[in-house]
Design a protein around this ligand. Structure first.
Ligand SMILES: *Cc1c(COP(=O)(O)O)cnc(C)c1O
Length: 431
């Protein structure tokens, strides 16, 4: 059983000066209890923490590190670039190079704008959609996350066709009234909204493979139906590919699922582990953006050369090693099957949802297809599962509503070590 004494100490110090001891809430382990692990360094598939423990990492910084930690080509690119200065607030060639690279990999997009976080990308994408369509309302799905901007922090009202209500203090009713909520995998809930708000819906935004209510897959035909309904009503179809972009395929979910979006948002992998995100669309839409068009969007550090160099190195490696997606798919399937087998043998009800290198374990008998079914899973058992694995050096997402992100530095021996840890934990009755 690994000990996390120093992490515990560092967490206490952090809590004195950072709200909750962290700069992003999920890191505080509130969903599972206990002390967050403070990282000292990482290499490949492994984290080395402040106590000197070595952990097998299934989060990979929440997705960006497709090839694992401290990946040499990315580190080299950042190091070389840093020596020339880290920020200018002026154009640099590397911005054009990464734009060309990204646009050549992703279908159906002509121009791209870089920003610093997925939040910014999604926030800007809906502003652009509103400016383009001259409409105010957007549709989002319960359980999908598009960053922490006001328009997205909205929870369902009494029925799908009522106005959303803010689910964070500080978000105004005025903002909430323009966000309409639908249920994932429920096309009727979307149709009702288009009927209730004719000519008012600027865009519909969705995670094509959901990863923020645990990993939840779209049912056959669901995304196609959304695509069609948006076209029919002149609303833009925004695919939030902050998680799925450059992870499920080089062209993201658009390529993997054969669906075309009007606006696509990126984050995570596109920055190779530095703060980069982006949104992209056809020229006709993107040219509504300032300085060409009237929709304002800006950023002092947007297109930062250090971050762009990291992202470019990442995209080049993906292009040079297209087999990475199949490799990750196989490894994740191996893990999924292993977990399913052990939980079945132990008689524990479970669903292991997976698409490509994203997956998550729900402790429930019923299929998890939307936010409500994800909520009905046994989250107290999840806590036990999480801690049983953590004490054996396996670092899983600290919440039942998060996806695993496998990285290709993980070996089959690492996966076997992980399954052995689960077998042991089940045998000892900890889960
Ligand atoms: C992570 C994420 C975001 C937000 O990105 P940040 O960089 O954390 O602001 C938006 N959408 C999806 C689908 C995400 O997974």
């Amino acid at each position: 059983m690994l000990q996390y004494k120093r992490s515990s100490e560092l967490f206490k110090q952090a809590q004195q000066v950072l709200p909750g001891g962290v700069n992003s809430p999920v890191r505080a382990f509130n969903a599972v209890g206990g002390t967050p692990i403070f990282v000292e360094k990482a290499q490949g598939a492994y984290l080395y923490d402040a106590d000197g423990n070595k952990l097998i990492d299934y989060i990979a910084s929440w997705g960006p590190l497709l090839f694992g930690h401290a990946y040499a080509p990315v580190i080299e690119a950042v190091t070389q670039r840093a020596k020339k200065g880290t920020s200018f607030g002026m154009p640099t060639e590397v911005e054009t190079l990464i734009a060309q690279k990204a646009l050549s990999m992703v279908p159906n997009v002509d121009k791209i704008r870089f920003v610093n976080s997925g939040t910014e990308a999604c926030m800007s994408a809906i502003r652009l959609a509103r400016g383009y369509t001259k409409r105010d309302k957007i549709i989002k799905f319960s359980g999908c996350y598009h960053g922490h901007s006001d328009s997205f922090l909205i929870a369902a009202g009494s029925g799908a066709t009522t106005f959303g209500v803010p689910n964070s203090p500080g978000v105004t009713q005025g903002t909430a009234k323009d966000t309409l909520l639908a249920n994932y995998n429920d096309i009727d809930s979307v149709k009702e909204l288009f009927v209730a708000y004719p000519g008012q819906i600027a865009a519909l935004i969705i995670e094509p493979i959901a990863g923020n209510m645990g990993c939840v897959l779209p049912k056959e035909g669901f995304l196609e139906a959304l695509r069609a309904i948006c076209t029919e009503h002149g609303a833009l179809f925004i695919m939030d590919e902050v998680m799925t972009g450059f992870r499920l395929a080089k062209g993201g979910a658009q390529e993997a699922l054969h669906i075309q979006a009007d606006i696509v948002t990126f984050g995570k992998v596109i920055g190779g582990g530095l703060p980069v995100a982006a949104f992209a669309a056809r020229t006709e839409i993107m040219d509504h953006l300032a300085p060409v068009g009237a929709v304002y969007q800006a950023g002092t550090l947007s297109g930062n050369p250090l971050a762009m160099s990291a992202g470019l190195a990442m995209l080049e490696q993906i292009e040079n090693q297209p087999e990475v997606f199949e490799s990750l798919d196989k490894k994740t399937a191996y893990l999924q099957e292993g977990i399913q087998k052990l939980l079945t043998q132990a008689g524990i009800p479970h669903q292991v949802n997976r698409f490509g290198s994203m997956c998550s374990v729900f402790f429930t008998e019923e299929p998890v297809t939307d936010f409500a079914s994800a909520q009905r899973a046994d989250h107290s058992r999840f806590k036990k599962y999480f801690h049983a694995m953590l004490s054996r050096g396996i670092y899983l997402p600290p919440s039942g509503y998060e996806s695993y992100f496998l990285n290709d530095a993980l070996s089959y021996a690492d996966l076997d070590t992980t399954l052995e840890a689960l077998r042991e934990a089940l045998a000892s009755g900890e889960i």
